[in-house]
Design a protein around this ligand. Structure first.
Ligand code: MN
Length: 231
């Protein structure tokens, strides 16, 4: 195949204890999937899950035992952290039954759904789409994927985030409103899932600003920790 110019490199994230990389196809995100976070964003009750996307090349692969560095993104004065469980899809499928959804899970990672909250709020106010708030360059730092063969299916476990050593977010995967398997079933009714897809499963309460020069440490029980600083 001849292209008019050199294609952009394929986005990829790292795999724990594996020299190979995990090529990223798409990044799906779930909105308001913890009750206390839904309340802090002004929603109530168990609404149907809703989804948005980030471009695959918004991903930033954060190596283990290394502090990732993200440049301050343009056009915002209110950058927010959202620590999330990331589910890596390893098998294609559409209209996946919840009972078989686990067969499509390749592994799990820690992720940050970085958000330009001021631009997202402006979009919400105008009933505009969320891309400017959510889908900017480097908005998706992701740690190494832990294969499900080594972790087992994750249904509970602490998820937390500190900014400069202060605990900001603290939750448990058991408190997801929609389980990972339910998310896979519902998402695959809207889009054919492909291996290489990443799903950000939603953030617990405590989202807030992270300023230039600050560092985030975050973790999920069973998946270790991830450190990212904002330049
Ligand atoms: Mn999020």
């Amino acid at each position: 195949m001849n292209y008019a110019f050199e294609p952009a490199p394929l986005p990829a994230v790292l795999i724990r204890n594996d020299d190979r990389k995990f090529p990223v196809h798409r990044i799906y995100c779930v909105g308001r999937n913890y009750a206390a976070h839904a309340r802090e964003m002004g929603a109530t009750g168990r609404e149907a899950p809703f989804f948005f996307m980030k471009p695959a090349d918004a991903v930033v692969a954060i190596p283990p035992d290394t502090t990732g560095r993200i440049a301050w993104p343009p056009a915002t004065v209110d950058l927010h952290h959202e620590v999330e469980l990331v589910v890596a899809i390893g098998k294609d499928g559409a209209n996946i039954d919840k009972a078989r959804a686990h067969e499509h899970i390749w592994g799990y990672a820690i992720g940050l759904d970085l958000t330009r909250r001021d631009l997202q709020q402006a979009a919400k106010d105008k009933r505009h789409p969320w891309e400017a708030g959510k889908s900017f360059d480097q908005s998706a730092p992701v740690g190494p994927i832990h294969p499900v063969a080594t972790t087992g299916l994750l249904a509970r476990g602490a998820i937390w985030l500190d900014v400069d050593g202060q605990r900001r977010q603290s939750g448990d995967l058991a408190d997801l409103i929609w389980s990972v398997e339910e998310i896979i079933a519902q998402l695959s009714a809207l889009f054919e899932l492909r291996r290489g897809d990443l799903i950000f499963a939603g953030t617990p309460e405590g989202v807030g600003p992270v300023n230039a020069g600050q560092c985030m440490d975050c973790g999920i029980e069973g998946l270790g920790q991830m450190a990212v600083c904002i330049a």
